[in-house]
Design a protein. Sequence first.
Length: 152
Amino acid sequence: MKHLFTIIAPLLIFSTAFIPQEKSINEGIKFHTSSWEEVQELASKEGKPIFIDLYASWCGVCRSLKEKTFSDAKAAEFFNTNYINYAVDGESKEGKKLLEKYILTDEEDPRMKFRQYPQLLILDQAGNLVQKHNGFLSAEELIELGNIKNSH
């Protein structure tokens, strides 16, 4: 019996290392990565506004936003419940189209290399820009940004 305990105890201790922790990197805001058209259709079908994260792979602030803010349980619950969430690389073909439509103004030359990431956009169901933010936000600030849409 003593030998059995010697074998089982370490296995039990080792196996608890694989139990998911309360805040897992796999949790958080669920972003669609399908096409922009599919996201718009889904928003229309579900009657929800759209939250867009326009990021760049080289952007350190974008990575911090993903690791700290988008993984927050309260932010995830708010955005997963109230929005269709869409993440797209701003340097992809689809991302560039969204930048030109929602970020670059007539005064700006769209041929210029765009380097202001992340861009966070709140759109209504019809795809009209309601709110935008450039840069890092805490989870609380992100929820506040999302609540602006809901207060109109």
